[in-house]
Design a protein around this ligand. Structure first.
Ligand code: 5AD
Ligand code: SF4
Length: 452
């Protein structure tokens, strides 16, 4: 059925959720709903949720909880919990949020429209957490192009078979499955046609793309995407260290559009903890892969994910992680305090670490990394970087912050994903220009366009 109304989407969590929310907008628009940024105007509110850590899950409940009063005043309002928390909680979600109408699991998107129809025709509540071996495929449409973005995410695979002991992903996103290469190429070609310059390919473990389906490998997919006219940059996340192949290293080295940056989550520098996490590699193997990568791509920027305070992590284990940071000198890290997830096996491990200790370790780790982030940024002074222009920025005492209002500064990103500011120039947003770096700040760089 076609409706006349407004849809408000609130997204919590990772890049994959941002992509999924775009698909939800497309579905809603095909049912006649227009996207709005004004919650008060909405006839349907969707919260696309994340359950990776306790805090993200709480955000979802707190966002949706607010609608109890609103729904009383506006009974026709449809309230939807979508994504990972929905998949995990199923009908239990109604206990905490009784005013919810639809609980839409991670693999139920193709049935979303049907569920809206059911609620509209008087059904009280719908829960759909059924597994699905297919990936919901829908090509970008007008609802997506309206936003006129230069950079887009494209999910190439879903789910995960790795079962790291701390992680909910295999339980909430199901088994690993890859999209067909033709469909990915078609989607990116459409995006390129609408002016998109940069795509980030998403999957929990992109290195194993296509393996289960016996279709082309991830490096082969990169070759195909590299040929798409209009696309200038290709990024991807996430790579699993155990599956990082030499062919992927060659693809990063040889394909001109593939960015000189790799995000390779290590999680811990302690072999004891890596084993308990079921990561499938040792500290030494991880370091070997980094050496193999640096041998072929000496200037590559590296980032990683780290969890501190995993059950039974001792001071020595934590020091192993600190020393790994010193040894590798990552450009940036994402660090998290271990968060107990009841569906993941580590929740039942003994020797849980107390929250205060986790916080202290997290602060120490982040402080150490600040030093390397600055060091890496300073090493770029005097270099000329290619920058994809994003817009205007404003100068502040602590560095620079992006905003559209200020006319003096402009901002963009380097291939290594660093934020680069430069004086206002008559350059077009979406252009790739050369900037000579003159100054480095904790989280950004500053320079002048070459030849200006
Ligand atoms: N607690 C803390 N961090 C976690 N991550 C995944 N599960 C947990 C958890 N239970 C982190 C990992 C992963 C990133 C996306 O989130 O570092 O790489
Ligand atoms: Fe979670 Fe491990 Fe799969 Fe990453 S590889 S999604 S951490 S189970």
């Amino acid at each position: 059925m076609k409706y006349n109304g407004y849809a408000y989407i609130h997204t919590i969590g990772c890049q994959m959720n941002i992509y999924d929310s775009e698909k939800l907008v497309s579905i809603l628009s095909s049912y006649g709903f227009k996207k709005t940024d004004d919650m008060n105007k909405a006839d349907i509110v969707v919260c696309n949720t994340c359950s990776i850590r306790h805090k993200a899950e709480e955000k979802a409940f707190s966002f949706l909880g607010r609608f109890a009063k609103i729904k009383k005043k506006k009974p026709h309002l449809i309230i939807v919990m979508a994504g990972c928390v929905a998949q995990q909680e199923g009908k239990k979600a109604f206990k905490r949020i009784p005013h919810l109408d639809i609980v839409l699991g991670t693999q139920a998107f193709s049935r979303f429209g049907q569920h809206i129809d059911a609620i509209k025709s008087g059904k009280q509540k719908v829960v759909d957490t059924k597994d699905c071996l297919m990936i919901y495929e829908a090509m970008p449409d007008a609802s997506c192009f309206n936003e006129n973005k230069m950079s887009r995410f494209v999910t190439i695979m879903q789910g995960c078979d790795n079962f790291c002991t701390y992680c909910v992903v295999p339980y909430v996103r199901g088994r690993e499955r890859s999209r067909k290469p033709e469909s990915i190429v078609e989607e990116i070609t459409l995006l390129a046609g609408s002016g998109v310059k940069e795509v980030t390919l998403l999957g929990q473990n992109v290195n194993s793309y296509g393996k289960k389906e016996s279709q082309i490998s991830f490096p082969e997919l990169l070759i195909k995407i590299n040929e798409i006219n209009g696309i200038q940059r290709i990024r991807f996340a996430t790579s699993h260290p155990k599956d990082l192949s030499i062919n992927l290293i060659y693809a990063i080295r040889d394909l001109d559009k593939v960015c000189n940056h790799l995000h390779l989550p290590v999680q811990s520098g302690s072999n004891k903890i890596l084993k308990k996490m079921n990561r499938g590699y040792t500290r030494e193997k991880y370091i070997d892969k980094i050496f193999a990568l640096k041998k072929e791509c000496p200037d590559i920027a590296l980032s990683t994910d780290i969890i501190v305070g995993f059950p039974s992590e001792t001071d020595k284990d934590f020091n192993d992680t600190m020393n790994l940071l010193r040894e590798i000198e990552f450009d940036s890290i994402f660090a998290f305090a271990y968060s107990d997830r009841s569906s993941a096996p580590a929740a039942r491990f003994s020797d849980q670490i107390d929250e205060k200790e986790k916080r202290e370790r997290l602060n120490n780790l982040l402080q150490l990394q600040e030093h390397y982030t600055q060091k890496k940024n300073k090493e770029l002074i005097g270099e000329t970087l290619e920058v994809l222009v994003e817009g205007k920025s404003i100068k502040r005492r602590d560095g620079f912050v992006k905003t559209r209002k200020n006319m003096e500064q402009m901002t963009g990103r380097s291939e290594s994903n660093k934020i680069v500011h430069f004086p206002y120039e008559h350059v077009n947003i979406r252009d790739i220009i050369k900037i000579r770096i003159e100054n480095a700040y904790p989280h950004s760089l500053w320079g002048h366009p070459v030849g200006a």
